[in-house]
Ligand binder design. Structure first.
Ligand SMILES: [Zn+2]
Ligand SMILES: [Zn+2]
Length: 296
């Protein structure tokens, strides 16, 4: 079965009052990071805020936390030894700021997942099959299966299509921010609804960094995080995305280190340097402190 992750479902249907009423009644069993069986996770735990219920988590009360032990026991979809690079595939036209955003995102993904990220020559909107269009929107299924998958390079860990056009999976959906196929290792994301209407480039950039690391995390077999405030928390809206942190919590980071073989202290150093270069002050501080609490 092809597992797809539908991202950021449309809209907030719960009124605020109902939200807070439910919030106080809702309890999800989760162990504390401070009592985690993994020593590295325990050391990092005090630096990371506890999980907060979100609109997404209210709508998915059946979800159980994916533990580090369960993650380690599963086969990740990225065990193909020939696969060693990520590819970003621009679809359509990108302005100067948007191109810079793609370059910065490629750099972040290199540090975050420890693999080279290569950018492919853009695919013009005019060259897409007519079946890829629904009005002004592009259909995710056609992009994934008929455009990205047939052209996936042999050494690709995953191909990440990026477009400024709005996306929809089709009938019954207004839009999605993106969609990915774990099995086929292709994903597509749209910048269209991430761009801040007031021209706040820093906000747009942070949103894209969050989306790119979160969705690539899914490609590594990571599920939504229910143990801490974390970049892998499920989000239902752009408001929740803005509220969610970029940083992965210690348990999700430990899954990533397991999947990639990255060393925690080196990983935090690289992320800290990236955050400084991007003027992400709170992230730089968090990653510096995270590095400092670990044995050097
Ligand atoms: Zn997700
Ligand atoms: Zn997490």
């Amino acid at each position: 079965m092809v597992r797809t992750f539908q991202l950021f479902l449309l809209g907030l249907a719960l009124a605020g009052g109902v939200f807070f009423l439910l919030r106080s009644q809702h309890h999800r069993p989760a162990r504390a990071l401070t009592q985690h069986p993994d020593a590295t996770v325990r050391r990092l735990a005090p630096l990371y805020p506890r999980f907060e219920e979100t609109d997404w988590s209210f709508r998915h009360p059946e979800e159980v936390p994916q533990t580090l032990e369960a993650f380690r026991a599963q086969r990740t979809p990225l065990t193909d030894r020939k696969a060693h690079s990520f590819y970003i595939q621009p679809i359509g036209r990108f302005g100067k700021d948007q191109q810079q955003l793609l370059t910065d995102t490629a750099t972040l993904l290199e540090h975050w997942f420890g693999s080279p990220v290569k950018t492919l020559p853009p695919i013009a909107l005019e060259s897409l099959p007519a079946s890829a269009r629904r009005g002004a929107q592009l259909l995710t299924g056609v992009l994934l299966n008929q455009v990205l998958l047939p052209q996936r390079p042999a050494d690709a860990i995953a191909v990440l299509g990026v477009t400024t056009a709005d996306l929809t999976p089709g009938e019954g959906w207004n839009f999605v921010f993106g969609q990915a196929s774990l099995v086929n290792r292709v994903g597509v994301w749209s910048l269209a609804r991430l761009i801040d209407p007031n021209g706040d480039l820093a906000r747009t950039r942070l949103r894209f960094f969050k989306l790119a690391t979160h969705e690539t995390g899914h490609m590594y077999g990571m599920e939504h995080c229910l143990i801490a405030r974390c970049g892998m928390n499920g989000c239902n809206s752009i408001m929740e995305t803005d509220h969610a942190p970029l940083a992965f919590c210690p348990e999700c980071a430990a899954k990533l280190w397991h999947a990639t073989g990255l060393r925690p202290t080196a990983w935090f150093s690289e992320l800290e340097a990236f955050a400084r270069a991007q003027n992400l002050k709170s992230e730089a501080t968090l990653w510096r402190r995270s590095r400092e609490v670990l044995p050097q």
